[in-house]
Write a protein that binds this ligand. Structure first.
Ligand SMILES: Cc1ncc(COP(=O)(O)O)c(C=O)c1O
Length: 390
């Protein structure tokens, strides 16, 4: 019998009833430390009182109006993101893939209004992940993600990260932009080196290309900066956000400089829900917390601590773990055993962690965890490694 919910996911047979802080509770009474955070979404953990209060208040006041009218909360959210970043302007949508769609449309429009409509191609990278829409699966470009979906959306060329000869060769008269994740998270938590990010900026400048940085997973403080590309000191033309921006409420955003966005005039793009009053209230509540003094420094401190603790576990268990990678609180463990075995064993010890590509186990804790949570996760990992290594 066909499942009522279309079976596009391989689901784990647990249902959760409640979440509080860094913990989730399942319907059978099990308690789990959540280092998956709904795939980097719950940046402040579960049921954060400030986010809950903001959503409750807004839901009881005005949930949705459509973008036919002014939305003061959306304007405030955009102004705050602009004030804290390279961007001059923001488009709101509902997911990361939609944010990337906006970015892809934007770079095409940019060249169109510049009088170069032939420039529509975007260079993306091996092991990237940009979403599940028709254009973003083409941007991602792996056989698996494209399989069976007919002709691939035209306009994407792929090269390996750091292969600048291949990049130069891929740039042609039709190239519009380069698009990269500062940490290839789904691909295996692979940090793109600062020097590579800087060189990409240079290549864009030298060739009249726009630089799109996909910060859907890395943005909103996940690496200890509001936007991860800040670590490399470069400025972007377009940055996409999703996941953490709503703290659990679905929001996507595409931020851009005024120049990059100059073609995005009234009527060129839209979304019924994007940035509605409820979403904007959630986004503003997240910003209230993550923009507090010391918040990012604390993420950096916790990230360093978790990383050094994981490296200790790695050293003691080199038959199970190959290396530790990542940045801030987006960390990965390259496994020598199948990563799903570690994911399952960790869950057996009451710790939720997701897998990533390249046989990696990912750690995505809430950004406001305490040291005790790190102790708990590391102890579970140590146990799992000891048992597997035997
Ligand atoms: C870097 C990156 N871009 C885009 C997406 C797609 O976001 P969404 O699933 O919200 O469409 C993801 C999701 O994992 C992501 O990690």
């Amino acid at each position: 019998m066909t499942a009522a919910v279309m079976p596009t996911y391989g689901r784990i047979d647990i249902a959760f009833q409640r979440g509080e802080g860094a913990y989730m509770y399942d319907t059978k009474g099990g308690k789990y430390l959540d280092f998956a955070t709904g795939l980097a979404v719950l940046c402040l953990g579960h049921s954060h009182p400030h986010i809950v209060a903001a959503i409750q208040k807004q839901a009881a006041t005005l949930m949705h109006t459509s973008n036919l009218y002014n939305i003061p909360g959306q304007e405030r959210l955009a102004e705050r993101l602009v004030a804290k970043s390279f961007a001059d302007t923001v488009f709101f949508c509902n997911s990361g893939a939609e944010a990337n769609e906006c970015a892809i449309k934007m770079v095409r429009r940019y060249h169109h209004v510049n009088g170069d409509p032939e420039r529509y191609r975007v260079i993306t990278f091996d092991d990237c992940f940009h979403g599940r829409t028709l254009a973003t699966i083409a941007a991602t470009g792996t056989e698996k993600i494209l399989d069976g979906f007919g002709p691939k959306v035209d306009g994407f060329d792929h090269v390996a990260v750091g292969d600048f000869d291949a990049l130069q060769a891929a740039i042609g008269p039709q190239t519009a932009a380069i698009m990269i994740e500062p940490v290839q998270a789904e691909g295996g938590v692979m940090v793109v080196e600062d020097a590579v990010m800087q060189k990409l900026r240079q290549v864009c400048d030298d060739n009249g290309l726009l630089l799109i940085i996909d910060e859907v997973q890395t943005g909103m403080g996940r690496t200890g900066k509001l936007l991860a590309h800040e670590w490399s000191g470069i400025s972007a033309d377009v940055v996409t956000l999703g996941k953490g921006i709503g703290g659990g409420f679905p929001i996507g955003a595409c931020m851009a400089t005024a120049d990059a966005a100059k073609g995005m005039v009234a009527g060129t793009h839209g979304s019924t829900y994007g940035g509605n009053p409820l979403a904007a209230a959630a986004g503003n509540a997240v910003l209230d917390v993550i923009l507090e003094d010391g918040f990012m420094e604390n993420v950096q401190r916790l990230g360093d601590l978790l990383r050094s603790r994981l490296e200790d576990v790695c050293q003691r268990n080199d038959a199970v773990i190959e290396d530790v990678r990542g940045c801030g609180l987006l960390l990965g463990i390259k496994c020598k055993f199948p990563n799903m075995d570690l994911v399952t064993s960790m869950r057996g010890k009451g710790v939720l962690v997701p897998p990533a590509g390249d046989n990696v186990l990912r750690l995505l804790p809430p950004l406001n965890i305490e040291e005790g949570h790190i102790d708990e996760a590391v102890a579970a990992l140590e146990d799992v490694c000891r048992e597997m290594g035997q």
